[in-house]
Design a protein around this ligand. Structure first.
Ligand SMILES: [Zn+2]
Length: 143
């Protein structure tokens, strides 16, 4: 595991990239780093990290925590995380926006890529994923 490339597609080794955030050794110093670490956490099925870095006001938390965990796990298991492209990053004092394209494929080879403008909020010094605006049906040949 440790000598593998990071699933956030940074071309760095996992141990030099997102592992320190996933292990809790370090906190992501900005929303762009947090976004990458959440992408790799989805790829690795690190459900607790996803939950930990999600804002309490995110609509996700309207559901039962067990259901949330099962949903994230099944998404992780049934998705091939092909690539990540960050298109834009804007940061204000306590709010940040990251625009990215997640190139994803379902296990039955359906293109389920999407573009998202993620909104992050800094709460007690920690960046958290608050909500996002999705644009589905992104085809790889557009980029
Ligand atoms: Zn990474």
């Amino acid at each position: 595991m440790n000598e593998k490339l990071c699933p956030c597609k940074s071309n760095s080794l996992y141990k030099d990239c997102c592992e320190k955030y996933h292990s809790g050794e370090k906190n992501a110093k900005n929303a762009k780093i947090l976004m990458r670490s959440r992408f790799s956490a989805y790829a690795l099925g690190l459900v607790d990290y996803i939950i930990k870095t999600t804002h309490p006001q995110n609509p996700l938390f309207k559901k039962d925590i067990k259901d949330i965990k099962n949903e994230i796990l099944s998404f992780s298991k049934n998705t091939i995380f092909k690539d990540l492209e960050i298109l834009d990053f804007e940061e204000e004092e306590n709010h940040a926006f990251v625009t990215f394209v997640a190139f994803l494929e379902s296990i039955d080879n359906e293109n389920i890529s999407f573009m998202e403008i993620s909104h992050f909020e800094k709460v007690n010094g920690l960046w958290l994923y608050k909500d996002g605006q999705f644009f589905e049906g992104i085809k790889e040949d557009i980029f």
